[in-house]
Design a protein around this ligand. Sequence first.
Ligand code: ATP
Length: 250
Amino acid sequence: MTALLTADAVSRTYAGASAPALSEVSFRIGEGEVVALLGHNGAGKSTLFEIVCGLQQADSGTARRSVGAADFGWCPQREIIDWSLTVRQNVEMGLAFRRGTLRGVRSLAQEICEVVGLERFLDRQAETLSGGELRRCQIARAIAGRPRLMILDEPTTGLDPDAVAHVFDYLRDSAKNGSTVLVSTHDTSRFADHCTRVLALSAGRLLADQSVAAFLAPVGESNDLWDGYRHLTRQPSTTSELPSAEVAHP
Ligand SMILES: Nc1ncnc2c1ncn2[C@@H]1O[C@H](COP(=O)(O)OP(=O)(O)OP(=O)(O)O)[C@@H](O)[C@H]1O
């Protein structure tokens, strides 16, 4: 497997914090995978994303991306938007590093705005958008043109159910075309059908790295990843104490 994203024993403790935000987190994510990152509020998901995206440094351990800016789309949890620009201009900025002609960029921006339901807002200034429309604009900026690696921190928060379905379908289709996707989401019942693998964080520790089927196996008929997470976090709290789990990519 060609790893696009690798974390080796990544640890991070914020100044003044009584406990680490991340403890020795390791995984490898390969081409074409769609990986869900699950965790309670404060489990360390955004910290992990920021380290793998290069926004902050680990105290120890290493995180590596093997794709450059041209092939990488990132949607942080907090807003990154240029308020004075239109929707179209914001989305085109996300494509600015990518290869291609101006006409190509135009049509990719148009295409993704149709996917996320922003086609009517292409020429609206970002500051006039509603909260959900703004979130769509941010997602569009990260996933336009199906970059080889997409890292999305709670991309669907605040979206209506139709928009969530369109975004998840687009991610799954992108993976079929070879893109790799890492997503944290609280839309855990819908995302089970769209991802291939689950990373579960609790209090900064990686408790599971499993296929979706293995992760959901203990919870019977449920198709909600959160049921699997709830089951897992009721178990002993260190990886070595866990019953032997199917690890998708040891
Ligand atoms: N800049 C910071 N300074 C100090 N502590 C921080 C900082 N950022 C995050 N933390 C703490 O680190 C822990 C992990 O936070 P993080 O934002 O990574 O969690 P999360 O899983 O993304 O949570 P959520 O689901 O609420 O977004 C939390 O206890 C949080 O309070």
